[in-house]
Design a protein around this ligand. Sequence first.
Ligand SMILES: [Zn+2]
Length: 79
Amino acid sequence: MTSWRREPLRVAAAIVAAVAAVGAFRGSLTVAWHALRAVRFTYRTATFQRHRRCPDCGTKLWVDARLCLSCGHRLAPPP
Ligand SMILES: [Zn+2]
């Protein structure tokens, strides 16, 4: 008599468990995505520190470059 009454509860529990599993999976994906973005940001920050922009044409150059390869602008020596 009570078995058919408990069946919806089992279905509901299964749905809740599935939703929780999907949520945990998406949460882990979100964490991995943010971790990847953090790594990218750190890498780009470290990369930008090794470059500088030509004041004349804006080309990215090595920080110790003396001559712009794009426009020939002579750069001041790095500080
Ligand atoms: Zn230039």
